[in-house]
Design a protein around this ligand. Structure first.
Ligand SMILES: Cc1cc2nc3c(=O)[nH]c(=O)nc-3n(C[C@H](O)[C@H](O)[C@H](O)COP(=O)(O)OP(=O)(O)OC[C@H]3O[C@@H](n4cnc5c(N)ncnc54)[C@H](O)[C@@H]3O)c2cc1C
Length: 424
C-alpha cells in the first residue's frame, strides 16, 4: 500500500486526454491525482467527435453517460469547395469496429462529464489548481502547484503531461516545435437560429472551403451552431480592422456560410486560436509521458484532436500500468508507447497534408468506390487509422495518393493550380 502522500500517477490537465488517462488508470486500481487549472464547465474549442472515439469511451466506462446526455448525433461530414462547386457527403459506414455515428459536443459539457467520471472512478481531482513546476528524481516526481495564492505539493511515481497546447513538459524540459509556414488562425463563435439540415443530415459537420481558407459548421443540440473560420495568420495580419470585422468579411466571402447564417444571432463572443501547428519533444522520459495536444497538433480539418487525446490516453494508461508493476528503472520503458503514437499520428497527418493539395481535393470531393477507396477514406475520417489500418486500407490509400499524383501532372499540364493550400 502506498503511503498517503505518494500517488502512482500525477496527471496535469483535465481535458479529454488527462481525464481519460486518469480514469483508465483508476479503473485499473491505481492511485491517481489530477490537477486542472480551470473551474469547469469552461469553454474549449474542438466540438466535433469521430466514431472511433465511442469504443474508447465504452472501455472508459462512460459510453452510456455520453450517449444519454443529449448531444447532437453526427452521421457524416459534408465538404464543399466554393471555387469548383464540388460537394460530397461522407456517411460513416456500418459494419466497422466503431459505430456509424458520433456526436457534436459543447466541450464545456463534454469535458466536465469526463472529469466527473474520472472523479467517480476514484481519481483525486484538484481544481482549480495550476501546476507550476515538476522535478524528477530516480524514483519519483514532485509536483508544485498553486491555488488561490496557496502552494500545494504532491509526489507520484510517474507524471502525465495532459496540459494541451500549454505543453508543460516540452516548455520546461524540452522544446515546442512550431511547424514552419503553418501559422494559422481560427476565429469562431456560436450562433442561434442558423439554417439546419433535415433528418439524418442535421448533425453533419460541414466544411466550406473558399479562397481565403475554410469554415467549420458544427450543429450542436438546442439550435446552436458552432461556426469557425480557419485562415493563414498573414490574412489576419494584413487586416487593419477589428477581428469581428474580419470574421464578418470572411462570412460574406463564403457564400454558403453567409446564406446559412442569414437571420441567425451570434450568442457568444468571438474567440480566436492562433499558431496551432506544432510537434513537441520529448513525449516520453523515464518517469513521464505526454498525451493529447501536449504531443502535437497540425490542423483541425478532420476533427481528430479529441480522438487522438483519448486514444493516446488509453495507450498511456496501459504503458503506465505495466511500468507500475515493474520496479526496475528503465529509460526505454515508454519507447513502445512513443512508437505507437508516432505510427498512429502518421496517416492522420499525411492525410491532412494531402487534403490541401488541389489535385487530391478534386478526387476527394468526387470519390470512386473502386478498390475500396471510399472505405479507406472513411476509415481515416472516422478515426480508425490510429489504432492500425488493415493492409487493404493501406493499399487503397496508396492507390488514391498515386492517382492524385497523376492528377497533379494533368493539372500542371493544363496550367491549373497545383500548389498546396496548407500554407494559405
Ligand atoms: C481551431 C481548432 C479547432 C478544433 N476542432 C476540433 C474538432 O472539431 N474536433 C476535435 O476532435 N478536435 C478539434 N480540435 C482539437 C482539440 O481542441 C484538441 O485536440 C483537444 O482539446 C485536445 O485535448 P487535450 O486534453 O490534449 O487538451 P485540452 O483539451 O486543451 O486540455 C488541457 C487542459 O490542461 C489544463 N492545463 C494546462 N496547463 C495546466 C497547468 N499548468 N496546470 C493545470 N492544468 C493545466 C487546461 O486548463 C486544459 O483544461 C480543434 C483545435 C483547434 C485549434
Amino acid at each position: 500500500m502506498n503511503p498517503p502522500d505518494l500517488y502512482d500517477v500525477a496527471v496535469v490537465g483535465g481535458g479529454p486526454a488527462g481525464s481519460a488517462t486518469a480514469g483508465f488508470l483508476a479503473r485499473a486500481g491505481r492511485r491517481v491525482v489530477l490537477f486542472e487549472r480551470e473551474e469547469f464547465p469552461r469553454f474549449h474549442v474542438g466540438e466535433s467527435l469521430l466514431p472511433a472515439t465511442l469504443p474508447l469511451l465504452e472501455r472508459l466506462g462512460v459510453g452510456a453517460t455520453v450517449a444519454e446526455h443529449g448531444f447532437q448525433v453526427k452521421y457524416g461530414a459534408t465538404f464543399h469547395d466554393q471555387e469548383s462547386g464540388l460537394e460530397h457527403t461522407f456517411y460513416f459506414l456500418r459494419g466497422k469496429p466503431w459505430p456509424s455515428h458520433s456526436y457534436q459536443v459543447p466541450r464545456a459539457e463534454f469535458d466536465a462529464l469526463l472529469l466527473e467520471h474520472a472523479r467517480k472512478q476514484g481519481v483525486d481531482v484538484r481544481q482549480p489548481v495550476t501546476v507550476e513546476a515538476v522535478a524528477f528524481d530516480a524514483e519519483t516526481v514532485s509536483v508544485t502547484a498553486r491555488t488561490a495564492g496557496q502552494v500545494l505539493t504532491a509526489r507520484a511515481r510517474f507524471l502525465v503531461d495532459a496540459t494541451g497546447r500549454d505543453a508543460l513538459l516540452a516548455s520546461t524540459h524540452g522544446a515546442r516545435g512550431r511547424i514552419p509556414n503553418l501559422g494559422k488562425v481560427a476565429l469562431y463563435a456560436h450562433f442561434r437560429g442558423a439554417a439546419r439540415a433535415q433528418g439524418r443530415d442535421e448533425g453533419n459537420i460541414r466544411i466550406y472551403i473558399f479562397e481565403a481558407g475554410w469554415f467549420w459548421w458544427i450543429p450542436l443540440a438546442g439550435d446552436l451552431t458552432s461556426v469557425g473560420c480557419v485562415m493563414h495568420a498573414r490574412t489576419l495580419g494584413s487586416w487593419n480592422g477589428a477581428r469581428e470585422d474580419v470574421f464578418r468579411e470572411m462570412i460574406h466571402r463564403c457564400r454558403r456560410v453567409a446564406q446559412n447564417l442569414a437571420g441567425a444571432e451570434q450568442v457568444t463572443p468571438l474567440r480566436a486560436s492562433a499558431n496551432f501547428a506544432y510537434r513537441n519533444r520529448p513525449i516520453v522520459g523515464e518517469r513521464f509521458l505526454a498525451v493529447g495536444d501536449a504531443i502535437a497538433f497540425v490542423d483541425p480539418i478532420f476533427s481528430g484532436g479529441v480522438h487522438i487525446a483519448i486514444q493516446s490516453a488509453e495507450l498511456a494508461a496501459q504503458a503506465l500500468d505495466s511500468a507500475l508493476d515493474d520496479a526496475r528503472a528503465a529509460a526505454t520503458r515508454f519507447a513502445a508507447y512513443e512508437r505507437a503514437i508516432r505510427r498512429g499520428l502518421a496517416p492522420f497527418f499525411r492525410f491532412i497534408h494531402k487534403y490541401y493539395e488541389p489535385a487530391f481535393l478534386e478526387l476527394f470531393l468526387q470519390p470512386k468506390p473502386q478498390f475500396g477507396m471510399i472505405d479507406a477514406v472513411l476509415t481515416v475520417l472516422s478515426g480508425g487509422g490510429f489504432a492500425g489500418m488493415s493492409v487493404r486500407t493501406r493499399l487503397s490509400l496508396a492507390l488514391l495518393f498515386s492517382i492524385a499524383r497523376v492528377n497533379l501532372w494533368l493539372r500542371r499540364l493544363a496550367g491549373r493550380p497545383v500548389e498546396s493550400r496548407l500554407e494559405w
